[in-house]
Design a binder for this molecule. Structure first.
Ligand code: CP
Ligand code: NVA
Length: 301
């Protein structure tokens, strides 16, 4: 594995290998066993959007692996003043050992990988959020003991999270049900991919049908970063697309809840369901650290 640009690029075996390594790194981390396998290496982290989890987990993770991380905001980089990504890629490749980038267009991430000569990790684009879904799969496997044969239900916007959950979930053998308004469906490339999985992929505007007998209920904000101008319109379009008691009653009695965070209580999830499942949600947030360390080891070691 040279880069992590999107889950579409990974085989099922590569995903499972990352999850296994993440489990091992988590175990070592909890037991005070050092693993400075990236000693002397530097990761540049380009952020064109805000972040709490991604920034802190990558920076801490790199430190725990013996390397260092540089926070590069587009407010400070020349990229923010229009220097082409093709040039930025070639320059940063002369200094760094890896780049993590959070930006808008997926093409920018792909260009960085194409023009640079060092590993590139996607820390979220409008198209996908592969690091988040690796942490999600890790958390689900930790809680349920397996992934194969589980039903994952996602309620809300057919956004970057939905796109990555469909690809990651189907690849590891889950049934994935997406409940979204017709006008906010997942990306057409992802739907094309999902077609290969027949009835393992379900898409419906009916949230209770999607949630029926689900093992995992997942949701994300109605308005993603960069879409703030549409907030009011989206509040109308997504009214009813909420994880609440009714949804949880349709799911299996032991269903878990996942949310990539940040969460908007009483919009995509009620405060009650959120707090009842807070342990699962914050395990998920913690696992960003372990899963991303596994990704960095895979691509940078
Ligand atoms: N879930 C997630 O990526 O969080 P941040 O935006 O805080 O990085
Ligand atoms: N869909 C959200 C995810 C944040 C982690 C966004 O892109 O803003």
């Amino acid at each position: 594995m040279k880069h992590l640009l999107k889950l579409l690029d990974l085989s099922k075996e590569e995903i499972i290998e990352i999850l296994n390594l993440a489990d091992q790194l988590k175990y070592e981390n909890k037991n005070g066993i050092e693993h400075k396998v990236l000693a002397g290496k530097t990761l540049g982290m380009i952020f064109q959007k805000s972040s709490t989890r991604t920034r802190v987990s990558f920076e801490t993770g790199m430190y725990q692996l013996g390397g260092q991380a540089l926070f590069l905001s587009n407010r400070d980089l020349q990229i923010g003043r229009g220097e082409p990504v093709q040039d930025t890629a070639r320059v940063l490749s002369r200094y760094l050992d890896g780049i993590m980038i959070r930006t808008f267009e997926q093409k920018e991430v792909e260009d960085l990988a194409e023009y640079g000569s060092i590993p590139v990790i996607n820390g979220l684009t409008d198209f996908c959020h592969p690091c988040q879904v690796l942490a999600d799969l890790m958390t689900i496997r930790e809680h349920k003991g397996r992934l194969d044969g589980l039903k994952l239900c996602y309620i809300g916007d057919g956004n970057n999270m939905a796109n990555s959950l469909i690809v990651g979930g189907l690849k590891v053998g889950m049934t994935v049900a997406i409940a979204c308004p017709d006008d906010y469906a997942p990306d057409s490339k992802v739907l094309e991919f999902a077609k290969e999985y027949g009835d393992k992929y379900i898409q419906t505007p009916d949230i209770l049908a999607a949630a029926k007998d689900a093992d995992v209920i997942y949701t994300d904000v109605w308005t993603s970063m960069g879409e703030e101008a549409e907030t009011e319109k989206r509040k109308i379009a997504f009214a009813g697309y909420q994880v609440n008691d009714e949804v949880m009653a349709a799911a299996k009695p032991d269903a878990m809840v996942q949310h990539c965070l940040p969460a908007h209580r009483e919009e995509e999830i009620t405060a009650k369901v959120f707090e009842e499942h807070a342990d699962e949600i914050f395990d998920e947030a913690e696992n960003r650290l372990h899963a991303q360390k596994a990704v960095m080891v895979k691509v940078m070691k």
